[in-house]
Ligand binder design. Structure first.
Ligand code: GAR
Length: 207
């Protein structure tokens, strides 16, 4: 008998255009994908990804951090929305807010982020400028579990791209973004299916 596997319910948190969000929504439409995107939340009312999500039939909410007196109050509102949507996994996708240790602990092992570099190289902002400045010949993206340290949680998936002679931050941004989408969908599938689990600060993989 073939059992029906319950898909994990995913929220995607964004701040901008949401191309990674759209890739997760598209990837999760495959019938055998182990997760479904049930809500998109932006911390900016004008985040372009909100309209894109709605066009894909996904509930999309703006919870602007500027409407709240403190980070704690903003995060409480986000948490309430996540609970209301019965979310299992949170995916940060260009969510440009530092998250408090309390929020990280609440979602530990169940919150993912995509970062535009091959971590542990080039944490923080302007990763493509950092890569060009360092002179690396290989660059890329990383999906990792979110922990309290910025951009330093256990790695789930990475994809490398070449750095080419004459590259600018703009050309490198485009080349890395072109591999981010597939990398994020693959990493989310690993976590949602239980094949990648965070244990004792490491990612443990199984078949
Ligand atoms: C992506 O390149 C993502 O890796 C990066 O922001 C961009 C969002 O694009 N995230 C970070 O820099 C996080 N530190 P998108 O809105 O089109 O997905």
């Amino acid at each position: 008998m073939i059992g029906v596997i319950k898909k994990k319910r995913v929220a995607v948190l964004i701040s901008g255009r949401g191309s990674n969000m759209s890739a997760l929504i598209a990837g999760a439409k495959a019938p055998d994908y182990p997760a479904e995107v049930v809500v998109v939340i932006a911390n900016k009312a004008d985040a372009g990804g909100l309209e894109a999500a709605r066009a894909d039939g996904i509930a999309a909410l703006a919870i602007p951090h500027r409407d709240f007196a403190s980070k704690a109050e903003h995060e409480a509102a986000v948490s309430a929305a996540l609970r209301a949507a019965e979310v299992d996994i949170v995916c940060l996708a260009g969510y440009m807010r530092l998250i408090s240790p309390e929020f990280v602990r609440e979602w530990e092992g169940r919150m993912l982020n995509i970062h535009p570099s091959l971590l542990p190289l080039f944490r923080g902002l302007h990763t493509h400028e950092q890569a060009l400045e360092a002179g690396v010949r290989i660059h890329g993206c990383t999906v990792h579990f979110v922990t309290e340290g910025m951009d330093e949680g256990p790695i789930i998936a990475q994809t490398a791209v070449s750095v080419k002679t004459g590259d600018t931050p703009a050309t490198l941004t485009e080349r890395v973004l072109s591999v981010e989408h597939e990398t994020y969908a693959r990493a989310l599938a690993l976590v949602a299916s239980g094949k990648a689990v965070m244990q004792n600060g490491r990612t443990v993989f199984s078949d």
